[in-house]
Structures are given as C-alpha cells and as structure tokens.
Design a protein around this ligand. Sequence first.
Ligand code: SF4
Length: 102
Amino acid sequence: MWSIEDRIKQTKEGKAFQGKNELIKHYRGKRITMSEAIKAKCYDCCGGYDDGASDCEVVNCPLHPYAPYSANKAPKKLLTEETRVKMRERAKTSDFGRSRKA
Ligand code: SF4
C-alpha cells in the first residue's frame, strides 16, 4: 500500500502536463475545484501521460468531454445576459472565496 508521501513523490517525478499540480494539491489535502479534480483524475488515470499528452479516447467515460486533452470537448455553456446580471448580483452579496479572517 502506497502512502500519501510516496504518491506525492511519484507524482512530482512525473511529466509536467495538466493535472500534475492539481493531483499533488489533492494528495496534500488541499481543496481543489471540480475542473482541477477532473484534470487530476485524468493525469492519474493516464499514468501521468508518460507517453505524452493525448486524448485517452475512452469516450464512454463520463469525464471524457471535460478531460484536458480530449478531442471531443463538451460545448461551452452559453449564458444569457439575464443570467449574467443575476450572477453578478449574487457575487456582490456572497462571501464565497473571501477570507474568513476578520
Ligand atoms: S477521461 Fe480518460 S483519462 Fe480521464 S478519467 Fe476518463 S478514462 Fe481516464
């Protein structure tokens, strides 16, 4: 069984492709975003892209449209102007991302 330190060490030795830093961040117990989690998972799943960064071609994987090197990217979400206005208003009143130190 690999310890977390072993996993961090092995990942640090891996090639510098998308997902490497995110995977290390995850192993260190840091909070990562959904996008970072997908990159980290794909980096791990592809063995650190040891043969080079390329599409894994596993099209039946639910993460495939969001994988960093996918040739079959999910379409970008298009927001209406009304939605953008609501999001801006919500961001003004939300404390998400702000330091809790007072
Ligand atoms: S998209 Fe490909 S690399 Fe990413 S988790 Fe799925 S099978 Fe693995």
